[in-house]
Design a protein around this ligand. Structure first.
Ligand code: CTP
Ligand code: MG
Length: 391
């Protein structure tokens, strides 16, 4: 296990009631990635190796752990996930209890501030180390602030130059923070207030506009458009490639592109040898990162013995959709002397597009008499697929 000197407690146990999407806020996705994953990725971007304690809703611990470890990648061993409490303060306390023995500085961060740059974490940690104080990142308040009475009447206008809006991560020396948490019996609105109430010094550093808290649907839309204008598209495109080769077999009927071809020599294979369909499947599986047709539909699986191409494509499309992707289009080319595709190209495209659920274009070429294709021993099909996720 690591011996980090710094830990970041990411509180992610809230319900997100103001966002109103019916699921805990940390699991809501912005531009295809959950707020929790984005918060973890920001911590991973820090200069130093840091322990990450994620505080998750008790009934979502396992899901939070999977997301956080995935986002941490090679640093997943630095991640601990614990269950939160009914209040943010209770959740922070639960996170603090899981901080490792070697840790000297603790940063507390809202998962809801999902776009916070890694540099802000570094700056807060540096400031705690340099000052020994609690450190809170703040932004100047740009609106004039009014103090209101019970009936909504304005009772004051505080001097704006004395005000600042507090963000997270807020950083603290570990021992006095733990002591302040142990000593308090009231709810504070943030950790800096709790720390100050225990008589400890807190200083401010410059915050970052990107560290804004995603609270309302409007905030979520802002985060989404910021990520898009940053080149991080909400829609992720992926391509894949697939090749299939089969030898001719005069004893078999020919099935190609899911169609029967009378008067043509068939193909050898565990299934019907439909190279066009198999190449399409491989391209789709490749694009989705799901391996290949051999690995997915083994020759030992009786469901696929003698199966036609439509069975393979149907199953492949189901797998690709299950992995969260939508097919944009597929292109497949046949490399062979026979059969001549030209007369049935439209029919092929219609059939394959129907099976895939997206446009499939079909083309053909020969090899100018060269190689096994040129000698008429067999044929090759090569396909590419484009799929998308998100959006
Ligand atoms: N938080 C927490 N445990 C709680 C309440 C809040 O860990 N019991 C976390 C949230 O997950 C969030 C941060 O504290 O990352 C800031 O809280 P807030 O923005 O209020 O989030 P929610 O409480 O989830 O949202 P809402 O108040 O709209 O329900
Ligand atoms: Mg809340």
């Amino acid at each position: 296990m690591h011996e980090s000197r710094t830990a970041v407690v990411i509180v992610a146990a809230g319900s997100g009631s103001r966002l109103g999407l019916g699921e805990p806020k940390a699991f809501v996705r912005v531009a295809g990635r959950s707020l929790l994953e984005r918060a973890v990725a920001s911590v991973i971007g820090m200069r130093e190796a840091t322990q990450i304690v994620v505080v998750a809703p008790a009934d979502r611990r396992a899901q939070a752990e999977a997301l956080a470890r995935d986002a941490a990648g090679r640093a997943s061993g630095f991640v601990t996930v614990v269950a939160g409490g009914p209040s943010r303060q209770g959740s922070v306390a639960a996170g603090l209890a899981a901080v490792g023995a070697s840790v000297e500085i603790v940063l507390v961060h809202d998962a809801a501030r999902a776009l916070t740059p890694s540099a802000l974490f570094d700056e807060v940690a540096d400031a705690v180390r340099a000052s020994g104080n609690g450190v809170v990142p703040v932004l100047p308040v740009s609106d004039t602030i009014k103090r209101l009475g019970r009936e909504g009447q304005v009772v004051g206008t505080p001097d704006r130059s004395e005000l600042a809006a507090a963000q997270t991560p807020q950083g603290f020396p570990r021992e006095p923070l733990v002591a302040a948490y142990a000593a308090t019996d009231v709810e504070h609105t943030d950790d800096a207030a709790l720390f100050a109430a225990a008589g400890q010094a807190v200083t401010a550093v410059a915050g970052d506009a990107l560290a804004f808290k995603i609270t309302t649907p409007w905030d979520l839309a802002r985060a989404e458009s910021l990520l898009q204008s940053n080149g991080e598209a909400a829609i992720a495109l992926r391509t894949g490639v697939g090749v299939d080769v089969h030898a001719f077999d005069a004893e078999s009927p020919l099935w190609l592109g899911g169609l029967y071809w009378p008067d043509e020599e068939g193909l050898k294979g565990h299934s019907d040898g439909d190279a066009l369909c198999h190449a399409v499947c491989d391209a789709l599986l490749s694009a989705a990162g799901l391996g290949d047709i051999g690995g997915r539909f083994g020759t030992s699986d009786d469901r696929f013995a003698g199966a036609h191409g439509d069975v393979f494509i149907g199953e492949t499309v189901r797998l690709v959709a299950g992995a969260g992707f939508e097919v944009v289009n597929v292109a497949v080319q046949l490399i062979a002397n026979r059969p001549r595709l030209a007369g049935r190209r439209f029919e092929l495209e219609q059939n394959l597009s129907g099976l895939v659920g997206a446009p499939v274009s079909v083309s053909a070429t020969t090899t100018d008499g060269l190689g096994f294709a040129g000698r008429g021993e067999g044929l090759t099909a090569i396909a590419t697929a484009l799929i998308r996720s998100g959006g």
